[in-house]
Ligand binder design. Sequence first.
Ligand code: NDP
Length: 443
Amino acid sequence: MTSLPTDLTDLIEANAEGELHASAMREVLESVAPVIESEKRYREHRVFERLINAERVVRVKVEWVDDEGVARVNRAWRVEHCGALGPYKGGLRFHDSVTLDVLSFLAYEQTFKNALTGLPMGGGKGGSDFSPKGKSENEVMRFCQAFARALGREFGPRTDVPAGDIGVGGRELGYIAGTLRQMTNRFEGTLTGKPESLGGLSGREEATGYGLVTFVRAMLEHAGKDLDGKRVGISGSGNVALFAAERAVREGGTVVCVSDSSGLLVKDDGFSEDEVRTLKKLKFEDRGRLHEAEIDGSKYHEGAEPWNEVSCDIALPCATQHEIDASEAEAIAENGTVLVAEGANMPCTHGARKVFGERGVSFAPGKAANAGGVATSLFEMSQNATFVPWTLEKTIETLDETMRAIHARCVEHGKDGGGVDYGRGADAAGFVRIADAMIRSGV
Ligand code: NDP
């Protein structure tokens, strides 16, 4: 490992909101240290130092009433990390594990991811420690309305444009968008990932998972391989996971597992496209659990996670952060996996990434591989600004072009002997773009 400048690592430790935030910054520093070293102006303008703290953090309490008539209180935040390249852009997460540390790490990552897309977006992230799981439809609606009233004044199509994330899908975004319209009396499409009936983009729902598969195909092609017949292991069964599964199956991959926070569903000879549709209905429409899935030839393993159980050529972790540590990474490499691409944000720990490097497993970080969602959000902003609807075909075609352009930037900045260090390439390409905008903006 390169030795990192101690003044910068000290600054990270002193300013981080917690360990996740610190580890995200250390990871980026490891990638960009050579760039900072070689470009005098990045040092002179103290760009890395100035990116450590978010430009603005807003914390509110959200008061709402449950079905028993009891007043409930949750905490919510919006972290506006860096707006040098455009309006703050990044999702909202509703989950009981949400803290300022989690959102700060996600906002930091988002700034680099958005820069890497080449599109005009700054980085931010928000959310609440409210979990929609187990709440009634009316409780979710009342919470979303209260959330929008508490934090909505921070949002706007030219200032800060949130989207979905864990626990926040079309349903939640619809309630938040409805409340914002009442508050402002303007139909501005401030949020992205909205239902299509509220100005949402055809294809936005599919975009992160579909884009992930396009990125994987670009990696395989770069290495002279293809997806045909490859065994693909997927964790999670949410938005990213199931649309990645759908496209991987459609493009010739054999998807052998998906999971949720209770267990693992394995089908050794691969789910068909119809079976993935069944899973989408179960999870998105019926809001059911994977153990209820009725799919011939599949087996549910209560409490199991994919990475010690299933052997696959390609691993797509699509559930949550830090789900793969060094020991799971060893198991993945041992099982013969040749490529890991993060659908979730930072599902692999620093230790896991090191193992992949040592064991020759090709690794794509989330900020490159899952950037399709945010890129497509920009298309939704464009649709809302012009009132000209996009077709599904146009969205998917532009998404694929964007993912291939991101892949090319990673290759350009991440050349590593005969191969590509995608982690370093993604961070360096994003950093250079943000740094130049910051320098031109002045201090
Ligand atoms: P969803 O809420 O739709 O799905 C999350 C999935 O992960 C669910 O299957 C959930 O299980 C599982 N999961 C969540 N937390 C845990 C946990 N602690 N342990 C095990 N499983 C868990 O979220 P998304 O698919 O939208 O997001 C997944 C990841 O992708 C997140 O890291 C997110 O930040 C990232 N991402 C999402 C984008 C998007 O467009 N949606 C864009 C870019 C990144 P269960 O069903 O039991 O809750």
